[in-house]
Design a protein around this ligand. Structure first.
Ligand code: SF4
Ligand code: SF4
Length: 92
């Protein structure tokens, strides 16, 4: 296997408080998912770093979005965003 460089690695999968993810079952379709307000987002990437499932990625415009096939709806990104740029809303 070829070792990835630092810039090729995904930063996600870091949890400072692992008990926060425990109530949620991986693989279950989430009832709530993150929605970004670009007017409030300062593109600090904290949400990207904190997502335990590496569901969040940087988009071409520099803002962030979640892959709902990976997101489990835990809401950590919403709680860790200092700027209130992420709200948890019902998933269709
Ligand atoms: S943590 Fe909040 S302000 Fe920072 S990039 Fe994510 S949504 Fe934007
Ligand atoms: S709610 Fe946010 S932190 Fe939790 S899995 Fe989805 S994108 Fe990641």
């Amino acid at each position: 296997m070829v070792e990835k460089t630092f810039s090729q690695r995904k930063v996600g999968c870091h949890l400072l408080e692992t008990d926060k993810a425990r109530p949620y079952k991986p693989g279950k379709k989430p009832e709530l998912g993150p929605v970004w307000d670009k007017d409030l987002c300062v593109r600090c990437a904290l949400c990207y770093v904190y997502c335990p499932d590496a569901a969040i990625s940087r988009q071409d415009d520099g803002f962030f979005d979640a892959d709902m096939n990976l997101c489990k709806g835990c809401g950590i990104c919403h709680r860790e965003c200092w700027f209130g740029a992420i709200s948890m809303q019902e998933v269709d």
